[in-house]
Design a protein around this ligand. Structure first.
Ligand SMILES: [Zn+2]
Length: 454
């Protein structure tokens, strides 16, 4: 246990390794030093206490971070220092602008407060509101962290040997720590619940996408799988359910996709984007929606979802791309009826963190048709039943672990549970194969020919 705060310097590293390509390391460097604290409106005693809890919580890595409530896996709030290196696109931009535009779901006033009080620092120092970022700057945020809930269902093991672990990832769980998910990511659930150490994430799936997820058990194996993915030696097959009757035959979309960095990250067809190729084939049509098999030949962010939107057949419950925010045609053929800046403003409004806060009363009382149908789906299949391990007493909510921090943005607001539509999407990674191996899952219930509750 760390009790002296003045010269404590600890480097801690999770035993889950993440690809450099997909995410910066989740290793966290904790350096606590009173000399960094420079006044302003800073409550030094309070920050010290935060640092103390932070250091203690990291020392106690065997602690169970989870509890189960309403069929959801929830994480007790905790103190956390998040460390990020200045990215190329941030150089010469004010810190406040970068965090407001790209990094955080909080309002600008909250970011201002975090900079002024030293919650957000550059190279360990408290900086002015007009601080401009430089190459090699390291930004740290010391926060009382709250995570969003995910389904409390198990990640079924599809295959395991000495080299790899392959699981069927449920919808709602991100692959690795990001945004408002850390312990509630597939990588850390395997580490903290299943006590599986030294796993390497080899590829990613969107948070709402379910299906095949391959972890390597060594860096050599991880590199080998990466190389196969980079050389496009891995054949990937996905299933999705889209709006309307998808055309017959094999349809190939080869429109380049550009990733737009914003609070709500999206990919849009753009001539200046990266080469992106997806092959689609309709498997069935039930009078309202079609099951489509998708084979992405490139691996761009949101590739299948963005290409389906462009073709005019968005995934039926894709809360991001199946939306009139993109215009009356929902972005078909890239027609937006507004400029990109207005689109991003409108997307942020629709996907604000307030969706999960108790502020929006209608969020609690309005159940959309999509949500009702997803509830029916969950009750009609066993894919999303509660993970039996989570029924034990150790996962019962312990109110004494619900720490509270008076200056924390989230502590000041009341959370309500996310709606099913924010936890589920009909896109499933069914099979990954090379000429040496092949891993596949069961076909989801919503992909059967006669499924017709949507
Ligand atoms: Zn809090």
């Amino acid at each position: 246990m760390i009790s002296k705060l003045k010269v404590t310097s600890v480097t801690l590293r999770s035993s889950i390794y993440l690809s450099r390509k997909y995410c910066s390391s989740i290793s966290s460097k904790i350096e606590v030093c009173d000399s960094n604290i420079k006044g302003n409106n800073l409550n030094v005693a309070e920050l010290k206490e935060n640092y103390k809890c932070l250091a203690e919580s990291f020392n106690n890595v065997e602690t169970n971070p989870y509890y189960i409530e309403n069929g959801l896996r929830k994480v007790y709030p905790y103190y956390f220092r998040h460390t990020t290196s200045c990215k190329g696109r941030w150089i010469k931009k004010p810190l406040i602008d970068v965090y407001t535009q790209e990094f955080s779901l909080y309002p600008r006033e909250e970011i201002e407060k975090r900079i002024l009080t030293g919650v957000l620092r550059v190279n360990g120092e408290v900086v002015d509101l007009n601080y401009v970022l430089k190459n090699s700057d390291v930004i740290t945020a010391n926060v009382h962290r709250h995570e969003l809930p995910v389904w409390a269902c198990s990640m079924k093991v599809i295959f395991e040997d000495d080299d790899i672990l392959v699981v069927d990832k449920p919808s709602s769980i991100p692959v690795h720590p990001c945004g408002l998910y850390r312990y509630n990511s597939a990588a850390l659930i395997l580490e903290y619940q299943e006590k599986r150490k030294d796993l390497h994430v080899t590829h990613r799936l969107d948070r709402l996408t379910s299906g095949v997820l391959i972890f390597a058990k060594s860096s050599e194996k991880s590199n080998e799988i990466h190389e196969n993915l980079n050389l496009r030696n891995v054949e990937k097959e996905y299933f999705c359910r889209v709006e309307g009757e998808f055309p017959d035959g094999v349809i190939v979309c080869n429109k380049p996709l550009k990733k737009i960095y914003s609070k709500v990250g999206i990919a849009l067809v753009d001539p200046l984007g990266k080469i992106s190729i997806t092959e689609f084939q309709k498997l069935s049509y039930n009078g309202k929606s079609s099951v489509v098999r998708c084979k992405p030949y490139t691996g761009r962010t949101h590739q299948i979802r963005a290409h389906l939107q462009y073709l005019g057949y968005p995934i039926v419950n894709d809360v991001l791309y199946n939306s009139y925010v993109f215009g009356p045609e929902k972005g078909k053929h890239g027609i937006l009826h507004k400029d990109i800046n207005q689109l991003l403003i409108d997307l942020v409004k629709e996907h604000s963190v307030n969706w999960w806060l108790g502020k929006l009363e209608e969020n609690k009382v309005m159940d959309s048709e999509v949500d009702i149908n997803i509830k029916k789906l969950i009750s009609s299949t066993n894919c999303y039943s509660l993970d039996e391990k989570l029924l034990s007493d150790s996962y019962k909510k312990d109110s004494s672990k619900l720490t509270s921090e008076k200056n924390c943005y989230f502590c000041k607001n009341v959370f309500c549970d996310p709606k099913p539509s924010n936890m589920f999407m009909f896109l499933h990674a069914y099979k990954y194969k090379t000429n040496k191996w092949e891993y596949q899952t069961e076909i989801p219930a919503w992909a059967s020919d006669d499924w017709n509750i949507m």
